[in-house]
Design a protein. Structure first.
Length: 421
């Protein structure tokens, strides 16, 4: 059997997971040393059959958005480290290469102990929940929402760190994407979907907190708060039904934890906790000091690590590791992503569109980057929300080379266009 190399660098070994949009393979990074911890990677690709259908352009945009979200979160411990993303020239399929995680999903944890009401223990649930809230707080601070948090999208790795997986349905808030769903259909797995997602209303970070409440509820009871024979039935319960009484289903649940889960599962986003950071703090207040966590037979290596009271604010983010030497030159593509975010906000903020059909066309056009220049082409040198490029470079918000590369008054003979002017 001929082995497939993706991007001329990642040799696929075997599939390890598949969803509606893509498949994830275990792969070997041919550029990493054979004895390196970075040798094994996970490569996510869009299923080739999906690119033959009418939704192909939307899938590519979603995949591109996932890559961009993962790049923003690359330095945080609760998300997989991204290695490389792009399009494989051999078959034209987009791909995303990430670190290979040695872990087991929360769905596996729930399934393995479905008949043992004491596992996971309360202290495990508190620490897992605190880590999930920590990761969500980091994502929300970077203007990204997950929209599909569920037990199968959270992994407890060897060493006890929880990783949040799969931003395939994620959105950027700073690009006005929270309002969007595909043709009015709510995204996300229905058992964990917030009522506002079911209604296809504007989605905020609070939707992720609702999903977190569903996950914590299921960790405690082995059942999601709402079930039904059809997706529609479950969605209707999210909108109008009260969840089962957690304290009755899991009697050893502390009353404060019951109240927190009830708040997370509030129908109105305004009645939920203000943000993920506060959820994390509330969970840590329930932790029993520095006492060792309960050991679970067969899961000893996955015992959750305790979160420090200082949380993400006190924690120094991990620097993203590179498998290639860093160049002595400036990161022009990273710079371009930073500047283009301001450019998009500038573009979207200058027009009011009331016709939803036109609004959708403009959204798709911006997502496709048809109006965006290559990194070495000049952009509009002034942004109302941030100041001129020269000023930003002086403040060290942008690289100092920006003052030269994106200089005001450069000759139009150098390539121009695409947003300048």
């Amino acid at each position: 059997m001929v082995q497939k190399d993706v991007g001329g660098r990642f040799r696929l070994v075997e599939p390890i997971g598949q969803g509606g949009m893509g498949v994830v393979h275990k792969a070997v990074d041919l550029e990493a040393a054979e004895d390196s911890a970075d040798r094994l990677v996970a490569v996510k690709r869009i299923l080739s059959k999906q690119l033959l259908g009418p939704e192909s352009s939307g899938l590519v945009r979603r995949f591109d958005r996932e890559v961009n979200i993962m790049r923003r979160l690359n330095a945080h411990r609760h998300f997989p480290r991204i290695i490389q993303g792009g399009v494989d020239e051999s078959d034209g399929l987009p791909y995303l290469a990430m670190e290979f995680l040695d872990g087991r999903t929360l769905l596996e944890l729930i399934g393995e102990f479905v008949d043992d009401p004491a596992i996971p223990s309360i202290d495990w649930v508190i620490e897992i929940g605190a880590q999930l809230a920590d990761g969500l707080a980091a994502a929300h601070a970077l203007q990204a929402i997950h929209r599909d948090l569920k037990p199968s999208n959270a992994m407890l790795t060897r060493g006890g760190v929880v990783k949040i997986l799969d931003f395939g349905l994620g959105r950027f808030l700073d690009r006005g994407e929270g309002e969007w769903s595909s043709s009015g259909t709510p995204w996300g797995s229905c058992k964990y979907t917030a009522p506002e997602q079911v209604r296809s209303s504007k989605v905020s970070p609070s939707a992720d907190l609702y999903s977190l409440g569903c996950v914590i509820f299921e960790l405690l009871t082995k059942e999601p708060p709402f079930q039904g024979k059809t997706a529609h039935e479950v969605q209707e319960k999210h909108i109008s039904a009260s969840p089962p009484l957690l304290g009755e289903m899991r009697p050893d649940t502390p009353p404060a934890l019951v109240r927190l889960v009830d708040q997370l599962l509030a129908k109105d986003p305004a009645d939920r906790p203000a943000d993920a950071g506060r959820v994390r703090s509330a969970l840590l207040e329930l932790a029993e000091g520095g006492a060792p966590l309960t050991r679970v037979l067969g899961w000893e290596d996955f015992t959750p690590v305790r979160q420090s009271p200082g949380g993400a604010r006190a924690e120094q983010p991990e620097a993203p590791r590179r498998t290639r030497p860093a160049s002595d030159g400036m990161d022009v593509f990273g710079l371009h992503e930073k500047v283009i975010t301001e450019y998009r906000a500038f573009t979207e903020g200058g027009t009011v569109i009331r016709d939803e059909r036109v609004k959708e066309f403009v959204q798709q056009d911006l997502d496709a980057k048809s109006q965006w220049p290559a990194p070495w082409i000049s952009l509009n040198p002034s942004f109302a929300s941030a100041g001129t490029v020269v000023e930003l470079a002086a403040q060290k918000v942008l690289h100092q080379e920006c003052a030269r590369i994106f200089r005001v008054g450069k000759s139009s003979t150098r390539g121009g266009g695409g947003g300048g002017g």
